[in-house]
Design a binder for this molecule. Structure first.
Ligand SMILES: *Cc1c(COP(=O)(O)O)cnc(C)c1O
Length: 419
């Protein structure tokens, strides 16, 4: 019996097996046929405290008894009010306003519209967006427009808008990135905004760049009044070792996008946080200047309740301690792989560990990736390589045995596939 489900990023013509997951607990998923699978990529980067965290589950169940959903244009509710205040408390103080949406992609769309709205409402003709080479900001038309162009979006290229692209700051050539931004900042009409993934390009292959480059980019933007948008959809909520990656560079953005770990990974929710300058540019008695954006499920109360539980967990559980322990454990496992000639570019930032299989280099469609995926799945480990890059990004609660099992599988893969 074939399923009518059309899966994301899946080539159905290859008939690759699609396991059915029945249950999740901590860093472990259980399939319908009873397999215990270690979730080594946090279910695509969303699950921070583990599957089924009791406080998040209780918050969802409790909120579901009271209010499931309500229009958010001109109406409000307690979970959203509490969450907005909680976010303003925990995030950099300049980010005083919280706009809700429902995915990372929409958080990015909202950020771009806020930036353009700011310039339009303050009477300036700035509308160009600057991006970094190899970035990923989502799969909507706007998200793809500010992200890397390639096999993922070639058919849609006619729909994508033009952007200015900075070279990725490769080690030793970081200045070229900064010079390119400076040139744009000095053009007769400077860009409206720069959007970046701080410190880590996730979907672009877990590529890292140093905090001082992020800080310099922010400084150049500040001098030229270019709005600085930090897309922390992946890097936020402790992934890079700090609550936000921007913290490591002492950077406060004008606009901040958060999603994945916002509810601990339990419910779809996103926020775009903005400075008062951006909010005030839209506030007026003129209805034509309001921020024209909404989606049906904006600030869904059940999702907001899950996010409030996430904030409570950050406030009173030793989350930072768990992150530090996971980071140290990742470092020890990576160290043990260092003398393997078949792998290169071993790297780590906080809870994220990554390595490349040497001598492949055919990008996302490398035929190594699906072979590795199947290899890991056969060992009950959920790892989803990006081309020839294998990365480990587990929930913070993963225990030592499960993490060791993940690295045993990687070790075996190196022996099997390494050249
Ligand atoms: C995942 C991701 C997005 C898109 O988020 P979705 O919730 O999948 O729409 C945007 N930006 C970054 C940096 C991401 O990692």
């Amino acid at each position: 019996m074939t399923s009518p489900v059309w899966h994301p990023f899946t080539q159905h013509g290859l008939n690759e097996p699609i396991p059915q997951v029945a249950r999740g607990e901590g860093a472990v998923l259980w399939t319908g046929d009873g397999r215990r699978v270690i979730d080594a990529i946090s279910s695509w980067w969303v699950t921070t405290h583990g599957h089924g965290h009791p406080r998040i589950m209780a918050a969802i169940a409790d909120q579901a008894q009271r209010l499931d959903q309500v229009i958010f244009a001109g109406w409000t509710h307690e979970p959203a009010e509490t969450l907005a205040r909680g976010l303003v408390d925990i995030m950099p103080p300049a980010l005083a306003h919280v706009f809700f949406s429902d995915s990372g992609s929409t958080a990015v769309e909202v950020a771009l519209k806020m930036a353009l709205g700011f310039w339009a409402n303050t009477g300036h003709a700035r509308d160009r967006i600057v991006v970094m080479e190899d970035s990923y900001h989502g799969d909507t038309i706007g998200g793809m427009s500010v992200g890397a162009r390639g096999v993922f979006n070639r058919p849609y290229a006619p729909l994508l808008f033009d952007v200015d692209t900075l070279p990725f700051p490769v080690p030793g050539a970081e200045q070229a990135t900064l010079d390119a931004l400076t040139r744009l900042a000095r053009s007769p009409v400077p860009p409206a905004a720069l959007i970046v993934e701080p410190l880590v390009l996730g979907a672009g292959g877990m590529r890292f760049y140093p905090a001082w480059v992020l800080a310099e980019m922010r400084a150049i933007c500040a001098r030229a009044d270019i709005l600085f948008i930090a897309d922390e959809v992946m890097t936020g909520w402790g992934r890079t070792g700090t609550l936000l990656a921007c913290e490591q560079a002492g950077v406060v953005p004008d606009i901040l996008c958060l999603s994945k770990g916002l509810t601990g990974g339990a419910m779809p929710l996103a926020v775009t946080m903005a400075t008062s300058a951006i909010f005030e540019a839209h506030r007026s008695t003129d209805r034509a200047r309001m921020f024209f954006h909404s989606s049906s499920y904006t600030a869904n109360p059940i999702a907001c309740a899950a996010a409030n539980a996430n904030l409570a967990i950050w406030r009173d559980e030793p989350v930072r301690g768990r992150i530090d322990m996971l980071a140290q454990a990742q470092a020890r496992h990576l160290e043990a792989l260092r003398d393997q000639p078949a792998i290169t570019n071993i790297r780590q930032m906080g809870t994220i560990a990554a390595l490349d299989f040497a001598g492949e280099g055919t990008g996302y469609l490398s035929d190594l990736a699906p072979r590795l995926l199947a290899f890991f799945a056969a060992r009950n480990v959920l790892l989803r390589p990006l081309g020839d890059t294998v990365y480990v990004m587990p929930p913070y609660c993963i225990d030592a045995d499960d993490l060791a099992a993940v690295y045993d599988a990687i070790d075996e893969a190196v022996t099997t596939f390494g050249r």
